[in-house]
Design a protein around this ligand. Structure first.
Ligand SMILES: Cc1cc2nc3c(=O)[nH]c(=O)nc-3n(C[C@H](O)[C@H](O)[C@H](O)COP(=O)(O)OP(=O)(O)OC[C@H]3O[C@@H](n4cnc5c(N)ncnc54)[C@H](O)[C@@H]3O)c2cc1C
Length: 438
């Protein structure tokens, strides 16, 4: 074990909490600074008319071994529930089930040859090991090559646009590889059963249990503590300054915030490294949560290939979680992934309600305003780094020119999509590198 050092961690999301746990276990003194009144960040929860569940939908896959390991360590493994879920497609104005091979072959929007090419593309992607090779190819070119133009335009293009907007044009093929790899892992074998998991009580339970586990082990968690800046002091330590002007000294500081935030809070960093970090482009999300009296479908995910609905897809959370978690009601999310400067971010909740619910009622004419028990919108301008061409080659490392100030954030997920499992893996692998060196 290395000598005991003091560590400050900026951000009390899953990444920050994982770093804190590993540093504490390695015998260090650790303090987390979290701007909100609770931990969890993007994975945090909120209260929807008495129903407490995630602000943004979350699912755990059987293959999420890093997440499952943390759940075990904080004593929540027995609260994991596994459920066989179904997937739907809203295509050409109709809802289709796409949950098994038979339904795949019945799927009307594309013909049998196209289905073969679509299946082949998914199969090829699931078999590729060398993802780095895919980083210098555009996703649109790679998908067109394997699936053909018709399938690309009818299936892939709407899905890509839904997840990336026009950014799909500069996104590498590694994006679709990671997406397919993750979805493939969710199924027991091939296109068979899809098993998804959640923890009873949702991320509210996970975050509060994680935070109390850390507190009991001696990690200091500072809530409502927004970090404004980090700088070197004359005594060689690093000083954190909060929005309220209070300061604290540490031997090491790790920022888990987005790349731009992480460099902007440290004046001393070089222009060159600031540029490298700020060049990383992120996507944001607008995610209405709706509590309904009725279920709208049997599908956990409904993918949308028609281009008129304003949302990316529909997540019917209560197709996965026990109805009692939502007091017998039905919880759905209508996410839309957009650029951080998209004008949609400027609209207020009632304007968004008109746009999003208007489209939902058009898709499901049996649902009306009278069925809505709760409407609320969660927004985040900076969510995930867009995997542009040669992303990993242009990505700055965890070290900075300010000694003992490190940046470990979700932009360092290289061969995976943004999810808790990958986030934990980044935290675990990067902190190991630092601890091995000091
Ligand atoms: C719509 C959506 C759906 C998702 N679905 C899934 C899913 O199904 N399965 C899955 O595994 N993952 C999912 N994820 C991803 C998952 O939420 C993230 O991987 C994870 O929460 C990232 O954690 P993080 O700690 O890296 O970042 P964050 O959660 O962003 O944590 C950063 C923390 O820093 C705090 N902070 C910000 N600025 C400051 C400051 N100046 N000072 C102090 N603190 C500050 C923030 O309040 C926040 O708590 C989803 C995410 C979204 C948005």
């Amino acid at each position: 074990m290395s000598d005991q050092k003091s560590w400050g961690i900026v951000g009390g999301g899953i990444l920050g909490m994982t770093l804190a746990m590993r540093l504490k276990q390695a015998g260090h003194q650790v303090a987390i600074f979290e701007s909100s009144e609770k931990t969890g960040g993007l994975a945090s929860s909120w209260n929807m008319n008495g129903i407490v569940w995630d602000r943004f939908y979350h699912v755990i896959l059987m293959s999420d071994f890093h997440t499952r390991k943390i759940l075990k360590e904080i004593g929540l493994e027995k609260e994991l529930r596994w459920v066989e879920t179904k997937t739907g497609f809203f295509s050409e104005g109709k809802l289709h089930s796409m949950s098994n091979l038979i339904e795949f072959f019945k799927f009307p929007p594309i013909n049998l040859i196209d289905k073969f090419r679509l299946g082949l593309t998914i199969f090829v992607a699931s078999k590729i090991k060398n993802w780095e090779r895919l980083e210098n190819m555009l996703v649109a070119d790679w998908l067109t090559r394997w699936s053909g133009r018709r399938v690309f335009e009818k299936i892939w293009l709407p899905l890509l646009k839904a997840k990336l907007g026009d950014n799909y044009k500069s996104t590498s093929a590694a994006f679709i590889w990671t997406t397919i790899q993750r979805m493939y892992a969710a199924r027991k074998s091939g296109l068979k059963k899809e098993m998804f998991g959640y923890v009873a009580g949702g991320y509210e339970k996970i975050n509060s249990q994680f935070a109390s586990h850390l507190a009991v082990s001696g990690v200091e968690i500072n809530y409502n503590s927004t970090v404004r800046s980090v700088k070197k002091t004359v005594v060689g330590k690093l000083e954190v300054t909060l929005e309220n002007n209070s300061t604290q000294l540490f031997d090491h500081i790790i920022s888990t915030l987005s790349s731009r935030q992480s460099v902007n809070m440290v004046e001393e960093l070089t222009e060159e490294e600031k540029q490298l970090h700020t060049a990383i482009r992120y996507l944001g999300v607008i995610c209405p949560s709706i509590i309904l009296k009725h279920s709208i479908s049997p599908y956990y995910v409904t993918n949308i290939t028609d281009n008129w609905p304003p949302f990316t897809g529909i997540i019917e959370m209560t197709a996965l979680i026990d109805k009692n978690e939502a007091n017998g009601n039905h919880l759905i999310y209508l996410p839309k992934y957009i650029n951080p400067d998209d004008p949609l971010f400027e609209l207020d909740d009632s304007e968004l309600r008109k746009i999003f619910l208007g489209a939902l009622f058009k898709m499901y004419p049996s649902i009306t305003d009278a069925d809505i028990i709760f409407w609320g919108v969660s927004k985040a301008r900076v969510v995930f780094a867009i995997p542009s061409l040669n992303y990993s080659k242009n990505l700055p490392g965890i070290y900075t020119s300010l000694d003992n100030y490190y940046i470990i954030n979700s932009a360092q997920i290289l061969n995976g999509t943004l999810n808790v499992n990958e986030t934990i893996q980044v935290a675990e692998s990067k902190i190991k590198i630092i601890l091995d060196e000091i």
